[in-house]
Structure formats: C-alpha cells, structure tokens
Design a protein around this ligand. Sequence first.
Ligand code: ADP
Length: 618
Amino acid sequence: MDDFAKTKDALIRELQQLRSQVTTLGQPYDGGPADAPLDVRQLTALTKAAESLLGIHDLPSLWPRVETAVKTLLQADRMALYLYDNDTNSLSCPYAIGLSAEYVAHVNRSFENSPGNELLYHLAPMWAEDVQNDPAFNHMQPHIQMEGFRSLAIFPLINSQGGSGGGLALYWDEIRPVNTNWLNTGYTLAHMIAQAINTITLFSQTNESLLREKQLGEISRMLNTTPDLPTLLGSIIKMVAELVHADAGLLGLVIEREMMTFYPHNIPNGVNLRPAPRPRGLAWEVVNSREPIFLTDYPTHPEAMQKWIDVGVTHFMGVPLRAGDRCLGMLALFNLGHSPIQFTQRDLDVVVSVGRQAGIAIQNLRLLAETQQRAAALAAALNRQAELDMMKNNFTQSVSHELRSPLGIIYGHAELLASESLGPLNDDQRQSSEIIMRRVMMLTNLVDDLTALLAAETQELRREEIDTIMLVYSLLADYRMRANDLGIALEAEIEEPMPWILGDSTHLRRVFDNLVSNAFKYTPAGGRIILRLKAAGEDVIIEVADSGEGIPEDQLGRIFERFYQVEGGSKRRHKGTGLGLTLVKEIVEAHRGTVGVSSQVGQGTTFTITIPGFMPKG
Ligand code: ADP
C-alpha cells in the first residue's frame, strides 16, 4: 500500500507540474497542428482519470478503468494496450476492445514491421488521421480494412527504466482530425497508465518474491527435518514444482552409477518412467555435465523424447542434485504448451539452489540410513555372540563335569590295580596299568586346560588390584622345590617401585604357571630360569627367561595357535596339550596386554608380557 501511496503522490505532483506547463505543452509534436492548450476542464478530467487508475492492485482490475478514461477523455471507439518485453523483444496485448483476435495477433507477431514500432526509439505519440489512405500503413491494409477503423493514435507507455514499455493504441471509426490538445491528453493519460502498470508489476513482483522466499524457507526446513529418504524425495519434487508453477516434475536418482530411477510429480498418464540406463537422454546430460539445462522449445532439442512431446512439453528445466563433487541425480520440471505461466531464468536460479541443498540432504539421509543399518547388524552380531558365549559356557561346564568324574573313577581303579590290592600283577600287567594312569592324567590336564580356555574366553574378568611384586614372589616360592629337584637355578630381578595390575588374579596366575612350567619342561638340569619384573611408565613388563633348548625361528609365530606343538627334536618327550600358550595369549589380551617371545635354539627362550597397570596410592 505504501508503494501505491508514493506513486499516487508522485503522479499528483507530476500533474501539478503539467498544469503549470500547460502553455509549453501547447507546442506541436513534429508535424502536428498547434491548437489551444489544455483548459482547466480538461485538466480536471485528466486528474480524475489519473486518480481512478491509482489504488489498483492487479492488471485485470486496471483495464476497465483505462477503458473508461480513454472513452471519456478521447472518445476512442476501440483501443488496445500493447506491452513490450525488452528481454525477449516481444509484444503482447493483455487488453483490447473492439479489435479482432486475428488483428491483435498480427500486430503482436509482426510489430517490428508496423509503424508503431517507432515508439521503441522515440517516446513520442504517433498518429494517422486516415489509416486507410496512409502509405505508411500500406502493407497492413488488408487487416485494417477488415477491422474498418479510420484514425489511429499510439501513445508510448514508458517503463520503470524510462524506456519503451509498449503503447496505448486508440482507434476511431470515423476520421478524427488531429489536434495538439487531445494528443497532449493522450500522451499524459498513457503516461499515467504506464505508471499504474509499473506500480502494479512492481507490487506483484515484490509479492511473488516474498512468497518465493517463504516457500524456499519451507523447502529448506523440510530438507533438514524429513526423517527418511522416500518421503524426502516425494516432498522435494512436489514443493519445487509448486514453487515455479511447473505442470509436472521428476526427480531422478542415480543408482549403482549406471541407472537412474525416477520419482514423479503430476506426470501425465501414459508416460512410462522405467529406470533409464546411462547415457542417453536429457536427464543423463544434466548428471554428466553437472550443469542445468533450460529449454523453451523442448520438441526441437536433439535429445527430446517423443513421449514428452506427445504430452505437450514445451518448456524444460533440469538441474543437478549435487553433494560436493558428486552428482546424485537431477531434478526436472516441465511446462506444457497450454500452461499460462512459463519458466523464467529466475525460476532456474531458484531451482539450481534447491538442487544443491537437496543433494546434500539426500546424501545425509543415505549416510544416516547406512549407519543405522550397520548399527543394527552390529547389534544383531553382538546378540548372537552373546548367545554363543552363553552356549559355550554351559557346554564347558557340563563337559568338564561329565568328563572329570569318569576320568577320576578310571584313575582310581587303575591305581587300585597297580597297588596290587586286588591281587598280584605280572610285569606286563603293571606296565599297562601305569600307562592307563599316565594317559588318564594327561586327559585330565587337557580337560583342565580346555575348561580354563573356554572360561577365559567367555567369562567376565574380575577386577582386583594385584600387587605384581607379590605375584612374582609367590611364583618363586611355589617353584623353589621343583627347581631344586631338577637342578635348575630359579631367580628373580625386580625393579621398584612397580605399578599394580587391575585384573583377575586366578587367570593371571594361570598365565605364569604355564610360562614357568614350560620353562622347566624345556630347560635341562644346570640351566637357569629368571623372572624379571620391569616398569615402563604405568605398564607392567614381566619376563620369563630360560636357558633351555629354545624354539626354531620358523615356528615362533605358531606356538600361540591352539593345539600347536613344536615338531621334532626332543619336544615330544614333554607330553603337553598345545593349549597352554593359547590360554596365555587369550588371558593377557583380555587384560589389554600383549605377549611376545624371543628365542634362540640351544640358548634359551624369553616370554615377555606387557600389561597396563597403575601406581598404587601411598
Ligand atoms: P604344551 O602344552 O605343548 O607345552 P604350549 O602351548 O604351552 O603347549 O606350548 C606350545 C609349544 O611351544 C610347546 O610344544 C613347545 O614346543 C614350545 N615351547 C613353549 N615354551 C617353551 C620354552 N620355554 N622353551 C622351548 N619351547 C617352548
């Protein structure tokens, strides 16, 4: 409304100026006869007409008022308003009275050849007192004769940039002699009409921009809040089509690089939208070039498809859906020939920016969906793992129970036999019963190791504060006798202060029992076993070093494997299960630690365990 008020004030000021210039306006236009200047009555009528044109918000309501003004002030029998579009260099006629559609269409089509064309260069009125006998109109005679008018005057409509915005053409059925007086009136009236048109256009453009701004805001909000991809794709295409008044739209998404699937909006029945393989068609052209395509004459494009031509597509707009360097697909909008509103360059700019935002939103939702899928798969795997652990745990408990008791009974009976309480045995019988006892003992050890291994894998570790120095002293005490019996020196080297370990003392005790008893197994009499305790920051390093027979280098990597035993040499003498080191590794890693080994055949072996610890308080 403010705009209108301002324009109205400006116009009234202009009219007052005109009033003061009445005499100068009496000058003839080139060639026009000089008459009396406008009198007060005419000026009052002009002011009234001007006022009636103001305060109008839309062009359709303006036309009847223009008609009234033209008829009262200039008594024209017919009239036409021609609007000139500088961008497209074209003429249109939104309002005409008393003229045939053919005549108006003819002028629109061939305005560049009509005398009125002069208005584009000289913003001055032009007229013909008798068009039917005016040589300048010779080439239009057939049309003029058909219409039947005699006099013609055209007044310039000046656009907001001060250039030509078209013309107000007036027609009289009888010859109307020209005089400056009514030429001035027509000129001034046309000027006012142009002002009113400019204001209305500006007003509707501002309204349109505000509306577009609002719609863009809604699209942005939707892009950022839609929780799933299918809803998002449907909403984008619908909202963008509404934004630019497209008759139909299509969102194409590239899948697996070579195919595009389509999400339609208002696509006419009968147009099939099968996924399109690379690389034909406008859709792929947009995706490959990552540039928009804008066509105002779709059927003539080399990539135009018959199915779209058949449904009447004339205007086409295709923009890429980009996310950074990647092009995820494209957004296409169509206008059908009969549509009253056609796309403009501004529409394209808006859709390009929506395409960019949409690309990023699609990418984000895809990433989210992938992450959710992975999280679900991981959760399922963890559940399954937990179930398996549970089964293993149950199995371990029942197996160790079911095996241990019969093994105990067999051992007891073998021992009974060997003790000859059931009668004297000959040498062969005694040997056999001893073999039974030894083998049963081995089986019992195997069951123990297996049970411990499975327990280490499946049961939660306890978290006790373990004094590492005490741990090594207790090992020394426990193995002292055995060392003496075997003639092996058992020593300890301990750094102080030492960090403690937060862990499971039973499991850790098993680790060192395994390492120390291996050291005894593979070290001959006269050898040496050293337990070393060192700190590296808050890490605890425990070494079990022996001067035994060592392990060949090519087998070092395999000794931690389940049931692996070093082949050849004297190794098979020591009947083990091949599970001890597996258990060691398993338990140390459960304490977030590592196990290393270095060895030289004939020189000895050193196992190094590193476990994160903490400094005890006080
Ligand atoms: P086992 O029950 O056979 O001792 P382990 O898993 O404890 O099984 O050890 C695997 C193999 O590693 C053993 O068979 C042995 O050959 C080799 N080994 C382990 N510790 C030593 C060591 N201190 N000195 C030499 N060889 C060793």
